[in-house]
Every structure is written in C-alpha cells, then in structure tokens.
Design a protein. Structure first.
Length: 353
C-alpha cells in the first residue's frame, strides 16, 4: 500500500505553492475580489470550488494513467501541440510570476527604504543568481520554514485591522485590472493562473501517496486558500478607504499597529516573496536550458535574471493586473483540456463496465 505524505502535507504544499507576495501584500485580493465589493464574496466562493476541482482532477488523471508527469496526465494521447501549449504556459507562469516577485521587491524597497524602484529588484536578482549558481537545497529549506511566520504575520495584522475598522464610503477607488471583466471571471482567472504551478507539484506526489489522502489534501488546501482569501478580503474591506489604491495594503495596516511591527511584516513579506522568486527562477532557468538543449550554465542564469529584471520595472501593481490575468486566460484553456480528458475517461470507463 502507498504511504508517504499526509493530508496536511498535501494541503500545506498546495497552499505554499499558491501563496506569494501578491497574496501576502494584499494586492491580489484588492484586484481580484475587493474591487467587486459585495460580489467579491461570490468570486471567492467560486475560486474555492475551482481550487478543489482543478487541484484534484489532474491528480485523479495521474492515478488513472499511472503517471507522475502532469503533461501526460492531462494529455494522455501525447498530442504534440497540446503538450507544447501546456508546457509553454507552465514556462510563462514561472517566468511571469518571477517578474511579479521582482517588481514586488522593488516596490517593497521603494516604499519602506525610500530607494529607487530598481534597487530592490536588482538585489533580489543578484541573490537569485548566486543561489542558483552555488546551490539551492539549504536556501529552500530556510525559506520553507518562513511560511508559517508569514501566515502568523498576516493573521496578526488582519485581526488587529478587523478590531479597529474605519468608516466606509459608497464609492472608493480600488486597484483593478481591465482584464478582469466581472466577479465570476475574476474568480475563475484567480485559480487559472495559480493552479498551473500547483499542478506541477501535486501530480508527482501521487507516486507515494494514497488517492484518498490526495483527495482530502487538495480539498483541505482549497478550503484553506478560500478561507485565507475571505479573511484578507474582510480585513481590506474594513480599511478600504485607506488601502484601496495602495501598492502594499497589508504593510500599511501593519504600520498602524506599530512601526516596528511594520518593519517585521516587510521582512516577512520579502522572505515570502524571495522564496517564490527562487522557485520560479530556478524553474525558468531549468526550462530555458532544456529548450536550448544544454546544461544549466551561468549564461542561461544571467539571461533569465536580466530579462526578469527589466520586465519588473513596469511596476508591481500594474504587473499583478496585467501578467496574472493574461496567464489566467491561457490557464482557462488548460482547465478545459483537463475537464475534457477527465469526462472522456469517465465515459470510457462506464462503456467498458
């Protein structure tokens, strides 16, 4: 019988893959949910459902085809065009998320240390190059240990903000992307840009983990993600006049508790941001090396770093509102492919029963 990762282990891995600087800063929540005000709650409910469906369906297909390759799980016919599209979307998701993390670093340094926008992005790029060139294992372990600290910081800031709400007004300017057309498309797109990276983590877990554990783990992960989104939505809503158009809303709320706590939250946000950037940077380097059919070299590492650095200068708020929805629309096509593959397999199984 398969043994291995626990239900909580699966859920934690799922959540850790999704949570990044956009989430911890509150910027994603503002654009995807808060902008739609009361309807944002419906968007969160829809996103929670989709986090479960599209977290578990690729896993179910992996068991069905006895594979740990997510591209084989969602494309069992091995159609080269489908494989190329799916692989390209994963690569773009890695690099796109890296760019957003670098922009988040730039904004964090600019707003809290009053230095030019490019300084934070440049520092992170240099650290990423060094880590990738000299080894990742210990760094990843350290960053993984910081995830609970980030959650603790979010909860503490959130509870304080909820206990000290501000007066509300009917019309408040809130950050928004024109690519997010309405509440339901926002809920779907929030999952479709996020689940692509999670799929690459969850499917390989099936090798040593029972299917029931994976089912319960993805369900718990989806509930935690949805609950976290609702918590942050409520927190930001209670101070929407103050943070609705800000770049780092949760940092503003942390500073209200005490300037020292604001510094602590900036450090925690930066560590969470760096952890995500490190994962995406390493993945982008590995995929570019694979495309070029060569081993990982310093030139490939520098090419990814330089490309990411210049793209990040567009700015954190604008990139969250531009890159993530674009990746989301591509992800919707992958969602359709997964659903079609699952339904065809169900129909095939019933036909032979």
């Amino acid at each position: 019988m398969k043994q291995g990762i626990s239900v909580m282990g699966v859920a934690s891995s799922y959540v850790a893959t999704i949570i990044g600087a956009g989430y911890a800063s509150g910027q994603e929540i503002l654009q995807y949910f808060s902008y739609f005000r009361e309807q944002g709650i419906y968007a969160i409910a829809l996103a929670s459902l989709f986090f479960f469906l599209f977290g578990y369906l690729p896993v179910a297909l992996a068991y069905r085809f006895n594979t740990t390759d997510y591209l084989h799980a969602i494309n069992p016919s091995k159609n080269p065009w489908v494989r190329f599209f799916s692989d390209s979307m994963i690569t773009l998701s890695l690099f796109g998320t890296l760019v957003v993390m670098l922009a988040g670093a730039g904004t964090t340094f600019e707003q809290n240390f009053h230095v030019p926008l490019f300084v934070g992005a440049l520092i992170v790029c240099l650290l990423l190059v060094a880590n990738t060139a000299f080894g990742l294992e210990m760094i990843v372990k350290v960053m993984s240990a910081l995830t609970p600290i980030m959650f603790a910081g979010i909860v503490l800031v959130g509870l304080y903000a909820l206990m000290h709400p501000q007066a509300q007004v009917a019309k408040t300017p809130i950050n928004h992307s024109t690519l997010l057309l309405n509440w339901w498309s926002s809920g779907v797109l929030y999952v479709s840009f996020n689940f692509q990276l999670a799929m690459a983590i969850l499917v390989p877990m099936t090798k040593h983990t029972p299917q029931k554990t994976m089912f319960l783990g993805t369900l718990l992960g989806a509930l935690l993600l949805g609950g976290g989104c609702f918590f942050l939505y409520a927190v930001l809503e209670s101070h929407i006049l103050q943070v609705g158009s800000s770049k780092l809303p949760m940092v503003i709320l942390a500073n209200q508790i005490h300037p020292g706590f604001g510094v602590f939250y900036v450090v925690v946000l930066f560590m969470g941001l760096y952890s995500t950037a490190l994962t995406c940077f390493y993945g982008s380097v590995a995929r570019l090396s694979q495309t070029l059919k060569r081993h990982v070299s310093l030139w490939v590492i520098l090419a990814v770093a330089i490309g990411g650095f210049f793209a990040s200068l567009l700015g954190f708020k604008d990139l969250v509102g531009m890159i993530y929805p674009i990746l989301g629309y591509g992800g919707v096509l992958i969602m359709g492919l997964i659903l079609a593959t699952f339904l065809l397999q169900r129909a095939h199984t019933r036909h032979h029963d």
